[in-house]
Structure formats: C-alpha cells, structure tokens
Design a protein around this ligand. Structure first.
Ligand SMILES: [Fe+2]
Length: 299
C-alpha cells in the first residue's frame, strides 16, 4: 500500500517500481467525445431513471466510478496478461510517458468455452510461459504516446509494459453490440477470475438491467444484433454463471422488470432462456461474431 505522493517522490528513482491503478478521477464521467459509446450510461441509466426511479437501496457508486480512472506508473513496470474485469470495453489515453500495449487474441475463434478458458488461465498465470502458447495467439504490440486513444473491446486480453514514468487516463463502458464478448469474458471469470483479471465489479448486474430497461426507448434506427442481445438477456436472467465466485450474486433494482423484458425479447427471437444459453455456448460458432441484425420493434 502507498500513496500517489510516494509514487511521485520516487518518480526518478531507478530502484523503485511503484504504480497506482484505478486512481479516481472524480471530476469526470465518461469523456465528452466518447460519451455516446457508453450505452450503459446513456441508454441504460440516463434514459430509464425517470420511469424507473432509483431508490438508491442497492446502487453501487462503482457504476459511475469505473467510467473514468487514472493509472500512475514509475518506470520499467510490466503488467501481466489479463482481461479487464466483467467484460467492459476500455478506452486508454496516455497523458505523459509511453505505453507498450500488447493485444493478445486467440487465433482460433471457435475454440469453445472449455478450451478457451483453459488457454486463458495459462496465458494469465505468471508461473506459466507465454512462449508455450504463443503459437495459439495473435500478438500485436501498440505504442501509445501522449494524446493517443486506444479503444479495447470487451474481454480482450492484453499485457502492458511501461518503460518510462507515465500517467494515463481511461475508463470502462458497455455497448449493446459487444455484449456477446462481455458474456464470454464474464463466464471465464466466474471460474478463473483469480487468474484472468485484476479487479472485481460488484455492480455489473445493475447496469445490465438498466440497459434492458432502456431497450424500448432506443432511437428507432439503432442497430442491434442477435448474439449480443441473447447474451444480455441470458446474463440478466441468470446471474450465477457470470458472477465471480469471490463476489457472489447481488440482485439489482428492477431485476424482475428487466427479466420480464428479456423473456419477451427471447420469445420474439425464437429462443427460450435455455436455448439462448446453448446458442451462445455453441462450439462451432465464432465467439466474436455478433450474428444477424435484429428488429425488436414489434416485440
Ligand atoms: Fe487492463
């Protein structure tokens, strides 16, 4: 444990490797020019609280705090492979210094859950050696300089090297059309979260329920796709397979109303909760494919 002051005091000390993750940026929500990407905030929370007021009894501040944070690093610090918790999309903007961001993705997109989960554990286990599984990964290094913007999709594995003292801002957000990636990431973290991610969010179900409640109020031209929608409905109706075991299940406000909308959407698309779950787990499917565009206007 330490303070930002201690990190700054030792910023030129070659014998120190200190860093601070998730430094609160309390003056920001999502950044202005990125705010429309954030379906969880815009279509979820901000479009639904008038007709579904928040009583505050179960709402976690992390619903907003996760939308902006800072990373403070001294020099020469590696961050081991992981994916960001709960399948959020992430944006990153270095303000000073440089980041070597290494994007890691599975070459075979039809691995199936069991094989993917096992590979993810090996990738993220610092006792294992990435060289042993590198033939199964696509690996790309991205150099991020001050002012650069990187947007990382849900569940994307990555490793980072910070060669120089740096301060970076970033944030997490959900989008309707990447929720199939969120679903896979959360399923992996349910069993392997102690290895595959570096943080736990307790509030995710609250934002996902708000995104369901917001669907009837989406702009009519909004494009939605089948697999992300199945993923949203399955996650909202059945939390347990997506909750990190150390955190446990926490019911969200308006859970029943959101679940009822999900059942209706699934029926409109020709699925039950079970068949939707099976569709998402289909072993011959490309897990990154969002599927066909769907029309929910008469559901
Ligand atoms: Fe990360």
């Amino acid at each position: 444990m330490g303070t930002m002051g201690e990190v700054v005091d030792g910023i030129s000390n070659p014998n120190q490797c200190r860093f601070i993750l998730d430094y609160g940026l309390h003056h920001l929500s999502s950044l202005g020019h990125l705010s429309l990407l954030d379906d969880g905030l815009v279509a979820g929370w901000n479009s639904t609280t008038t007709y579904r007021p928040a009583t505050g009894t179960r709402i976690s501040a992390d619903n907003w705090m996760c939308r902006s944070w800072g990373l403070a690093h001294q020099a020469a610090i590696p961050t081991w492979p992981h994916h960001d918790a709960d399948g959020y999309n992430t944006f990153i903007i270095p303000m000073s210094g440089v980041k070597f961001w290494v994007a890691l993705s599975f070459k075979n997109k039809k691995l199936g859950f069991e094989e993917m989960s096992e590979l993810a554990e090996r990738l993220c286990d610092s006792d294992d050696h990435i060289e042993d599984i590198s033939s199964q990964m696509d690996i790309e290094r991205i150099h991020l300089y001050p002012g650069d913007l990187a947007i990382q999709p849900s569940g994307a594995f990555h490793s980072v090297y910070t060669p120089d003292a740096s301060f970076t801002i970033g944030g997490h957000f959900f989008t309707y059309n990447t929720l199939h990636l969120t679903e896979m990431a959360r399923r992996i973290d349910h069993t392997s979260g102690y290895l595959t991610t570096n943080q736990f969010h307790e509030h995710t179900q609250e934002t996902l329920c708000r995104m369901v409640l917001g669907i009837p109020y989406l702009y009519p031209g909004t494009k939605l796709y089948e697999r992300p929608m199945l993923a949203l409905c399955v996650m909202v109706c059945n939390q347990r397979p997506y909750t990190v075991k150390e955190v446990g299940v926490m019911l969200a406000e308006h859970q029943d109303a959101a679940s009822a909308i999900c059942v209706r959407i699934l029926k409109h698309l020709g699925y039950t909760r079970t068949s939707a779950k099976n569709e998402l787990a289909r072993i011959d499917a490309d897990y990154t494919d969002p599927g066909e565009e769907i029309d929910l206007s008469c559901s």
